[in-house]
Design a protein around this ligand. Sequence first.
Ligand SMILES: *Cc1c(COP(=O)(O)O)cnc(C)c1O
Length: 375
Amino acid sequence: MGIPYGRHYIDEEDIKAVNEVLRSDALTAGKRTFKFERSFARYVKAKYAVSMSSATAALHAACFVAGIHEGDEVITTPITFPATANAILYNGGRPVFADIDPVTYNIEPNKIRELITKKTKAILPVHFTGQPCDMDEIMKIAKENDLVVIQDAAHALGATYKGKMIGSIPDMTVFSFHPVKHITTGEGGMITTNNSAFYEKLLSFRSHGMLHDVRRMQKNEGGWYYEQQMLGFNYRMNEFQAALGTSQLKKIDLFLKRRLEIIQKYNEAFKNNEEIITPVISKKYTNTWHLYAIQLKTKNRKEVYDKMVEAGINVNVHYIPVYKHPYYQNIGYKDVCCENAEQFYQRELTLPVFYQLTDEQQDFIIKTINSILSE
Ligand SMILES: *Cc1c(COP(=O)(O)O)cnc(C)c1O
């Protein structure tokens, strides 16, 4: 077993909420889904929220409604989970990887600028570990070049950028409810937006591209009648996932507070450790710390990783630069090299952070890594 790097937290309230749905009449896409969307939108201060079966589905949907087509380019970061870039490919677009800032590990706006061409349609920044990207610069670049901005906020529920909630900044923001993320629905995702046209399209895309709204149908043959007006998918979240999501969202402040405590304790413990580069805690932004990502200055990462796992601490590595995966290498990314991203990947190690991590466990993690690094 050992200590995982991330873990969900489910309490009796959550279980009760799910049980209630199982005894009810509606199991999918009903009033509980809508309720979760409303409370989520309120929390991130967005006008609209659309739930999806996963963040991957949500990224697919966001790229679709942003109008990404065959041959369009979307600029994103290599330091992310492949789903971010895959969503561009699903729509026939081409991910273009901009290097990261070596201090924040987020996509670097100047690198975005250098990569803009006539084919660029959107920017897809990732708020890595929960630390917001430089959104003022990104929005400025988007405005100057008429680009859509889709934020991958799978790590960043609850984060703020200069006082604004992540999720309230245009154009669309995607969240994940995978069990290692801040709140969970088992599997699940959400898109927030303030744009009503995007909102309508997202609803339709989520459900086969169909609509029942008489005002928007080309004709109406009767009460049974609906129209498929575009090619959509079944990306709906079900009612017990949504009930769990609503119940989990009530605990978000507790979850975020505990994560911050854990991160502060790690940073304090490693403050004088010559071997560890700790993440910066910015004053401008609030990071919500999905991950605690450190870099090892000189020690061999694989050796440290193996020894930690051997000691029962399931550290992890985030992320392999996306274009390094064989699939991407085979579709034309062999010559891509983002130097900061590659150096970061070589040195990175993710230590456990989750709500129920105990002080004793964290002390053990700190003691173990310090002793491995001083060998
Ligand atoms: C988890 C994650 C995703 C995918 O989320 P799912 O809900 O599992 O589809 C996408 N991007 C990032 C950055 C993630 O961490």
